[in-house]
Ligand binder design. Structure first.
Ligand code: SAM
Length: 283
């Protein structure tokens, strides 16, 4: 049974219709019956119906009430399947957590994808992996290496927390209605053991944000507002480099160095001022 539904732009609804792409996505997720699998934005169930066949205890989170009602009717026979009504941006995923890391999947509404990623990164300790369809440009930024054009704040902060694997490029024709942009399906795996560890994540976020505000400037110029006395730091790192040349490990080392000199105080007000924020993360 299919679901008739007029796509709503405000909910970022671009439904997957290309069965080849859908099969590739389902294979990449590799859901198992005992997974704690959560689908964000099931929509008209293009992925849901396949996921349910592999994992009957799938939970879904949808914002559009019309779709929620239709999904509940269509899958009424699936006794373990629950369609939760809610906004993924405001969802505390602890409610889904039992004794096993969550596996999150979704063809995400592109208008909220970056804030949503940051909401999920804040809850990464609950999450085993994430498989998402995103705008291609966002996937490029998530996975960019130092020195490349797409490398920026989003790359550093996401790669600090997760392994990023772009999996499937997806053309607009795979969706109805077709989005105006290219898409890509990506896997994000939160690190269980961080490859590099910042003494203070708030400081790291602040240093990265400050640096990428002026990606063409040298570190010396970028860091001046954060650390007035750069003489000592200059002996340990090359301040003539530009932020876009620094790897994640370099940023962590820089942030740790700045902390060791107490150049950047880590006060509770800093912590409040700088949650992992999605604001101006487009650099
Ligand atoms: N999974 C379906 C597919 O692949 O065809 C639908 C994908 S569509 C791009 C995004 C879905 O997310 C829509 O069903 C939309 O209603 C839902 N959605 C939009 N904003 C949401 C939010 N804040 N929280 C949860 N779901 C949301």
């Amino acid at each position: 049974m299919s679901m008739h539904h007029k796509a709503r732009k405000r909910f970022g609804q671009n439904f997957l219709v290309d069965e080849t792409i859908i099969s590739q996505i389902i294979a990449a997720i590799g859901a198992r019956a005992d997974d704690h699998l959560i689908e964000i934005g099931p929509g008209t169930a293009a992925l849901t119906k396949h996921l349910l066949a592999q994992c009957p205890s799938l939970q879904a989170l949808e914002l559009d009430r019309d779709l929620i009602a239709k999904l509940r009717v269509r899958f009424a026979h699936c006794s373990e399947f629950v369609v939760h009504s809610g906004d993924a941006l405001k969802t505390d995923f602890k409610q889904f957590y039992r004794n096993k890391p969550l596996r999150l999947v979704g063809n995400l509404p592109y208008n909220i994808s970056t804030p949503l990623l940051f909401n999920l990164l804040r809850q990464r300790h609950l999450i085993g992996d994430m498989h998402f369809m995103l705008q291609r440009e966002v996937v490029d930024r998530l996975s960019a290496a130092a020195g490349s054009k797409s490398y920026g704040r989003l790359s550093v902060m996401v790669q600090y927390h997760c392994r990023v694997l772009p999996l499937i490029p997806v053309p607009p024709s795979a969706f109805r209605p077709a989005p105006r942009v290219q898409s890509a399906f990506v896997r994000l795996v939160p690190h269980t053991t961080a490859p590099v560890l910042a003494d203070c994540e708030v400081r790291l976020a602040k240093v990265v944000a400050e640096c990428f505000q002026h990606r063409r400037k040298t570190l010396r110029n970028c860091l001046r507002p954060l650390a007035p006395d750069l003489a000592g730091l200059g002996q340990k790192i090359d301040l003539a480099r530009r932020p876009e040349q620094l790897s994640v490990a370099d940023f962590v080392a820089l942030s740790n160095l700045l902390g060791s000199g107490e150049a950047l105080p880590n006060t509770p007000s800093d912590v409040q001022a700088l949650p992992l924020s999605e604001s101006s993360i487009n650099d």
